[in-house]
Design a protein around this ligand. Structure first.
Ligand SMILES: [Zn+2]
Length: 128
């Protein structure tokens, strides 16, 4: 069974929503402590916890060329934090500079880092 997400799927997603937007949303999801859980050991079916509704998780499904989420916002927008988090979990967003440290469990926050954060220009990968 092929459970890998094809490059075509990603290109389709990025043609609708730029990768920078996905990254920003994934970053926000990490900051808010959202978690993505893979269901049935299938890379296409996920549950992502909700920030605004504690105890709730939304279902994120990857269909061929489409990424669906059961959150209310998905009825209006082609993107959301939950889908972004799944893309990030799959390693499809690459590394991005603002990504928070996942293993940081101590209470102290790296404020200095945030203060000196500046928009980094990344060379866009050659397409085609
Ligand atoms: Zn969502």
């Amino acid at each position: 069974m092929d459970t890998t997400i094809t490059q075509a799927t990603i290109e389709r997603l990025e043609s609708v929503v730029p990768v920078e937007t996905w990254r920003r949303l994934a970053e926000k999801a990490h900051r808010q402590g959202l978690h993505a859980f893979r269901l049935n050991d299938d890379a296409r079916t996920w549950a992502v916890t909700s920030h605004s509704q504690p105890g709730t998780a939304y279902e994120v499904t990857i269909l061929d060329g489409d990424l669906l989420c059961s959150c209310p916002g998905s009825a209006y927008y082609p993107y959301c934090k939950h889908r972004a988090l799944v893309l990030d979990e799959l390693g499809l967003l690459g590394e991005f500079p603002d990504r928070p440290e996942r293993r940081m469990r101590s209470g102290h926050r790296a404020r200095a880092r945030a203060a000196q954060a500046h928009p980094a220009r990344e060379p866009s990968p050659a397409s085609g």
